[in-house]
Design a protein around this ligand. Structure first.
Ligand code: ADP
Ligand code: GLC
Length: 465
C-alpha cells in the first residue's frame, strides 16, 4: 500500500502547532507498516536551496487560470516529503496570516495546494491520501470530482478552524455551482473547506476518542455538529502520540543536562539553569509552566482571572506563548507586578524543551482540546500535567494510579476549579515520595505513535477493501 500524507505543516520543515508534530511523527510511525510519502506547501520562509528540485512538474487550472507547479523534495529518516511550489502559495510571508489577520487569498493558496496534491498522488500512484485539517480538506472533493480510484482519509485536528470564505471563492477554485449546496461546501451563505473533508472523505477521524464524541454536540461542534452527526458512521477518534526521539530527556541537545527517571537530580539541575536563564529566583519553589499558542482555546481567560490568587502562592510561573496581542497585553501587567511570573513571548522550539524539562507542573486549562500534545511531552520530561478534563486531555491524563499519564484533572473550566487544582498540586509537591512516584510513572508511559499508527493503518486497509 502506498500512502500520501498531506498537511499544511510538518515538523522539521514548518511548524505552528501540534499539526506539524503529528505530520512528522505519525508519518514516521506509519512508515514501519507501509510505504509513506508526505506532502506540504513550500512557503516563502523556507530556503529552496535546502531542498532538492524534483523532476516532477505540472500545471493546474483553477477558475480558468493556469498555475505552474514545481516540486521540491527532502527525506527525514524513512519518509520522503514533497513540497508544492507555486508563486501564489509562496506569495505570503507566513503560513496562514499575520498581525492583520488571515490572508485573504488563502482560499486560492490552499485550493492550489489541494489540486496539486491530487495530481502528485496520481503521479506517485498512491492508493490512499491522508489529508489533514481545512488546508487539505478539498483533497477528497477533488479526488471524487476527478473520478479517481484513490481513496481518502480526512483527519480533523481542530474543528474551530474551518476555512470559511466568501461565495466568490467557488468561481476562483473552478468549482461548479452544484457545490454551493448545504450537502456540499455551502455554510450559511459562505464556502466552508472543512465540510468537503467530512463529506467527501472515505473515512473521517479526529485526534482523540473523547473529542470524537464532543464534536457531535452543540457545545463543541462549532456549527458542524449536525453534519458530523449525519456522517458519524465514518467518524472515529484516534489519540495522537509524540515522537519519543524528538522529545527525549535522555538525549535532547536543547537541555542543559540529560536525565532519566533514575537521575532526577539532573532534572533539578536543568531547572536551576533555566531559572537563571530567564531570571526567576528560588529553585526550591514549585515551577508551573505553560507552552502555548495565545488563543481562547487554551483557557487564557480563566488563567488571567486566576492570576492574582495563583501568583500569591509560593510558586514560580513561566509562560512561553506566541500569538494574539490581546492576551499578551492582558498578561504583561501581571509579569510586571509579580516577580515570580515570567512571560516569554514568541515561538522557540529549543527553549520549549528546556521549559518542559525544568517544570514541576504543566498547566493546561484548555476550554476544548482535540488532543493536545503538551501534556504528553510534559509527562515524558517528568513534569506533572494539571488539565481541564476535556477532549484529548481527558483521554491522556488521569487521577488513577495505573493510567498514563498521572496528573491532576479538574472538571469545570472555572477559576475556582483551576485554583483548587493548584492547591492540590502544592500538596502533592510537599509529599516528596508521592511526587517522585508520579514523575517516574509518567516518564515510563508509552506516548509514542506506534499504537495509533497501527489503528490508522488498519483503517486505510478497511477503506481500501
Ligand atoms: P496546538 O496544536 O493546539 O497548538 P498541541 O498541544 O497539539 O496544541 O501542540 C502544540 C505544539 O506546539 C507542541 O509541540 C508545543 O510544545 C508547541 N508549542 C506551542 N506553543 C509554543 C511556543 N510558543 N514555542 C515553542 N513551541 C510551542
Ligand atoms: C490541533 C489541536 C490540538 C491537537 C493538534 C494535533 O492543533 O488544537 O489539540 O493536539 O491539532 O492533532
Amino acid at each position: 500500500m502506498r500512502v500520501l500524507f498531506c498537511a499544511s505543516e510538518i515538523y522539521g520543515y514548518a511548524k505552528s502547532g501540534g499539526l506539524a508534530d503529528v505530520g512528522h511523527s505519525l508519518a514516521q510511525a506509519l512508515s514501519k507498516h507501509t510505504e509513506v510519502f508526505s506532502v506540504m506547501p513550500l512557503y516563502a520562509f523556507m530556503d529552496k536551496k535546502s531542498y532538492q528540485k524534483s523532476s516532477i512538474k505540472f500545471s493546474v487550472t483553477l477558475g480558468g487560470i493556469e498555475y505552474k507547479i514545481d516540486i521540491y523534495e527532502a527525506t527525514t529518516q524513512s519518509v520522503k516529503t514533497y513540497f508544492i511550489n507555486s508563486s501564489i502559495l509562496s506569495s505570503t510571508k507566513f503560513m496562514y496570516g499575520d498581525e492583520r489577520g488571515e490572508y485573504t487569498n488563502n482560499d486560492i493558496r490552499f485550493g492550489i495546494f489541494c489540486v496539486s496534491v491530487v495530481e502528485l498522488a496520481a503521479i506517485l500512484k498512491v492508493d490512499i491520501i491522508h489529508a489533514n485539517d481545512w488546508h487539505s480538506a478539498l483533497v477528497p472533493l477533488f479526488v471524487k470530482r476527478a473520478k479517481s480510484n484513490i481513496k481518502t482519509l480526512f483527519t480533523i485536528h481542530n474543528l474551530a478552524y474551518q476555512g470559511i470564505f466568501d461565495k466568490s471563492s467557488l468561481g476562483r477554485l473552478g468549482l461548479e455551482d452544484k457545490y454551493f449546496h448545504m450537502d456540499a461546501l455551502e455554510f450559511y451563505g459562505n464556502i466552508n473547506f472543512l465540510k468537503a473533508g467530512i463529506i467527501y472523505g472515505d473515512a473521517v477521524t479526529t485526534v482523540s476518542p473523547t473529542y470524537a464524541k464532543e464534536i457531535l454536540t452543540k457545545e463543541f461542534g462549532c456549527g458542524l455538529e449536525g453534519l458530523l452527526e449525519a456522517y458519524k458512521g465514518k467518524l472515529k477518534g484516534i489519540l495522537n502520540g509524540i515522537d519519543e526521539t524528538v522529545f527525549n530527556p535522555q538525549n535532547d541537545a536543547a537541555l542543559y543536562h540529560a536525565y532519566s527517571y533514575e537521575t532526577l537530580q539532573k532534572k533539578y539541575e536543568n531547572k536551576k539553569e533555566l531559572q537563571k536563564e530567564v531570571g526567576l529566583k528560588d529553585v526550591k519553589k514549585p515551577l508551573f509552566i505553560m507552552v502555548s499558542r495565545l488563543v481562547h482555546q487554551k483557557g487564557f481567560d480563566i488563567l488571567i482571572e486566576s492570576l492574582d490568587d495563583f501568583l500569591k502562592e509560593d510558586i514560580n510561573f513561566l509562560l512561553l506563548a506566541n500569538g494574539a496581542d490581546g492576551y499578551k497585553q492582558a498578561l504583561e501587567p501581571y509579569a510586571q507586578k509579580y516577580k515570580n511570573f515570567k512571560l516569554l513571548s514568541g515561538y522557540d522550539e529549543a527553549l520549549s524543551h528546556r521549559i518542559y524539562a525544568s517544570g514541576d507542573f504543566l498547566l493546561m486549562p484548555s476550554l476544548f482540546e482535540p488532543c493536545g500534545l503538551n501534556q504528553m511531552i510534559a509527562a515524558r520530561y517528568g513534569t506533572i500535567p494539571i488539565v481541564h478534563g476535556v477532549g484529548g486531555l481527558k483521554d491522556s491524563v488521569h487521577e488513577k494510579k495505573t493510567k498514563c499519564a498521572r496528573g491532576i484533572v479538574f472538571s469545570q473550566p472555572t477559576k475556582k476549579a483551576l485554583l483548587l487544582a493548584v492547591k492540590r498540586a502544592l500538596k502533592l509537591k510537599k509529599d516528596e515520595k508521592r511526587f517522585n512516584e508520579f514523575i517516574s510513572f509518567n516518564m515510563k508511559c508509552d506516548f509514542s505513535f506506534e499504537k495509533s499508527a497501527a489503528t490508522y493503518y488498519a483503517l486505510y486497509k478497511k477503506v481500501l477493501s
